[in-house]
Design a protein around this ligand. Sequence first.
Ligand code: S3P
Length: 450
Amino acid sequence: MGKGSRRAVTAAHGRPLTGDVRVPGDKSISHRALMMGALAVGRSHVTGLLMGEDVMATAAAMRALGATVTVRGSDVAIDGAGLGALAEPSSPLDFGNAGTGARLTMGLVAGHPIAATFVGDASLSRRPMGRVLEPLREMGATVAARTGDRLPLTLRGPDSLVPIAYTLPVASAQVKSAILLAGLNTPGETTVIEPVPTRDHTERMLAAFGARVRRERTGAGLAITVEGQHPLAPTDVVVPADPSSAAFVVVAALIVPGSEVVVRDVLLNPSRTGLFTTLLEMGADLAVEDERDAGGERIGDVRVRASRLSGVSVPAERTPSMIDEYPVLAVAAAFAEGSTTMAGLSELRVKESDRLAAIARGLEANGVAHEVGEDWLRVAGRGGGAIGRGHVATQLDHRIAMSFLVLGLAADEPVTVDDGAMIETSFPGFVDAMRGLGGEVIVHEGELVA
Ligand code: S3P
């Protein structure tokens, strides 16, 4: 499956899922490795890069900005252009479906005296960019964007940015990262204060590339400061397996009776493991084995066995550490005894789709009782009723597609998603990985009409 080939996909209940799997590299770390490699002078190596469409769009953007990116399998060499030396791209940067790629690259471009035009697919063109553009404008960048600060837009960095101290109005690692990346080529100190901690891969990787970055706890939250205009040194990055992709395998193994699966080398950074915490609270038989350090991050093998799950209440404070995992948590909740309540979900409204609405529609299509509010969701556990048989609208959202296919692997009746092509953005090989574990997944030629 790939871009331009819309294909319906069906998943059906078959035998238990068993075996070992390694899901592709972490998407957040992959984007950042390409960007920081492009800013370093000299050659950086990345092992285990996610070869999904989102990350490939970032690789193309880094080439257009003057870096040389050589891909051999999932091992990648980046010859950086150097901090302050990014070139003006001669054509628009097309980020496809990738919010992280687009928003973080806006920070890079703002920090250079160049102009770049950003374009994306229908999903990305609907998503708000103002959250990143507002602080970048405060630093001195100028932007011509479509109404509501949507793509396409053209961003121009001035000769020199002005450092700012910015308190994040939304808990967003993308906004934090865009500002810090802009701060790299800004004289003086640029600070981002996050009242609620978000994934910290940018800070960690900046330190690994030799940037001057520090973290301090303040009354207002965690303050991350980058001292600008210090060159980055080329570095080797090992990309662990993406916990947000592992999530689909883990939930599938929990809800398909008799399953036992090991997911290898999963990133266990605490800013990413909220789903595992929640599943353990629900009674999941889930254990981390061989926990170890790899390339500056904690990783481990996650062993999971089919379990009787109980409904829980997921606190709003946990949202940033599992922001991408709510669709698949909703699927796990459908198979639990009792209801599961999830709070603090307003950010789901501005993901690849209005994810909260897409989850609710998918549950509805499959006969799963639920209630949804502006920023919360309550899923009534199955309690014995038959579920499945749904036709689910993917809405250009890879995580909606994969979540409802996981539901189909355990449901009484098969589940079909209208378009599996978007899965390629983050989890190439998803269908094969599920089949390899014993799952019944059928890719149809073309679309099916419900
Ligand atoms: C990401 C941050 C999150 C997440 C996205 C990846 C990142 O987005 O949903 O998939 O790599 O920084 P927000 O920053 O919008 O919360």
